[in-house]
Ligand binder design. Structure first.
Ligand SMILES: Nc1ncnc2c1ncn2[C@@H]1O[C@H](COP(=O)(O)OP(=O)(O)OP(=O)(O)O)[C@@H](O)[C@H]1O
Ligand SMILES: CCCC(=O)O
Length: 354
């Protein structure tokens, strides 16, 4: 069964075609700042991205009519449990309105639906960033006006969670893991028997700092800055997401460059980079407490997991909890294909978004 999978990022659209679980075509379509400049909101980029995808498929001799389904990465929707969801009218409406925020992955479900409906095949999203399996106790913040939200790299966290469980010779649904995804954003989740019962909101200023996000900031100082009259709301939001973390401290969101700065003897870069590992380690240990110490393994994934020294800084602080398994990079395209295939083959029923 052939499927097209689509993973839209802020400056790229990754696509692949799978025949069952074999990837037979893959392409990263990069979108320059100039190409995206005419579009105010991410949603306005839909037609542009759809046309490029169709052009590339045509050039590569891939016929949309031969596909059995199209799967897109899901976006900022209403909170939902993990799994594969058929793209429905109400989902499309929420994605198009972007009522829960703008995120490139909002385009995933829309692109999948529009390409699939042209040839009357089903479209799905899998484990969107709003997967929410948190326990009520994890939602408390300290003030009833605020509630913690589950927004994280659900797709990759769950995919590597399954791989780690397999490596341990267990089912994911019977395994307890702490998974840390280290990408442009960082999320650290407690996976208890297949459910992510606690995780930092990696998008909105919670948890460790990351290449481009601030993570948790001292709240009174932030409130003072916000009311100082010196900054706009947009500027404050940008400090938290986009221009926070390594970008704010060192002027780059490229952890590889920071690692090179460390190698060249830059002591400040080393302090900041190791500080990020320190905060991630603290969050991993906090999630071990969530799991009451019953941790089968700590799993480290995402682009920064390629950096052996960075991983060693984390491991020296959390190795006492459980063994550390490292899965560098991300398996999002494969995870999308697996989710779609489970439904197409009738092994799982597509969930309904409401
Ligand atoms: N060998 C390496 N050493 C250090 N950092 C690396 C290495 N390879 C990749 N990275 C870093 O990984 C980061 C990107 O990770 P990733 O590709 O997982 O993020 P993303 O997909 O852009 O964002 P997100 O994962 O938050 O959705 C970049 O900061 C990049 O520099
Ligand atoms: C937090 C969800 C994915 C991202 O980093 O944008």
């Amino acid at each position: 069964m052939k499927q097209l999978v689509i993973n839209p990022g802020s400056t790229s659209t990754k696509i692949a075609v799978f025949d069952d679980l074999e990837m037979i075509f893959e392409k990263t379509l990069r979108h320059s700042v100039e190409e995206l400049a005419p579009y105010g909101k991410i949603i306005e980029e839909f037609e542009f991205r759809k046309n490029i995808i169709l052009e590339v498929l045509k050039e590569s001799g891939i016929k949309v009519e031969e596909l059995s389904g199209v799967v897109g990465r899901g976006g900022l929707l209403k909170p939902m449990s993990g799994g594969t969801y058929e793209v429905s009218d109400s989902m499309l409406k929420d994605l198009k309105e972007g009522a829960r925020g703008e995120h490139a992955s909002n385009l995933g479900g829309i692109l999948a639906y529009e390409i699939a409906s042209d040839v009357n095949i089903p479209s799905f999203i899998v484990d969107p960033v709003v997967v929410d399996e948190m326990k009520p106790i994890a939602r408390l913040t300290g003030h009833p006006q605020f509630e913690r939200k589950s927004i994280f790299h659900a797709l990759n966290q769950k995919a590597v969670g399954r791989k780690a469980a397999q490596q341990l010779g267990k089912k994911y649904e019977e395994t307890n893991l702490v998974v840390a995804h280290l990408g442009g954003g960082v999320s650290v989740g407690a996976h208890k028997e297949g459910k992510v019962i606690d995780v930092n909101n990696a998008l909105d200023g919670e948890g460790p700092y990351s290449p481009e996000r601030s993570g948790t900031l001292p709240v009174t100082d932030l409130a003072k800055l916000a009311f100082s009259g010196n900054v706009s709301l947009e500027e404050v939001k940008k400090m938290i997401k986009g221009n926070g973390g390594l970008t704010a401290y060192l002027g780059t969101n490229n952890a590889k460059v920071v690692s090179e700065m460390c190698d060249e003897g830059d002591q400040n870069a080393r302090l900041i980079y190791e500080g990020m590992a320190y905060q991630i380690a603290k969050d991993i240990a906090a999630n071990a407490a969530v799991l009451e110490g019953n941790v089968d393994a700590i799993v480290i994934t995402g682009g920064i997991a390629y950096d052996v020294e960075f991983v060693s800084w984390i491991e020296k602080r959390v190795g006492f909890i459980a063994e550390v398994l490292v899965f560098p990079g991300e398996d999002e395209l494969e995870a999308l294909a697996e989710g779609g295939l489970r439904v197409l083959k009738g092994e799982e029923e597509a969930k309904i978004y409401s």
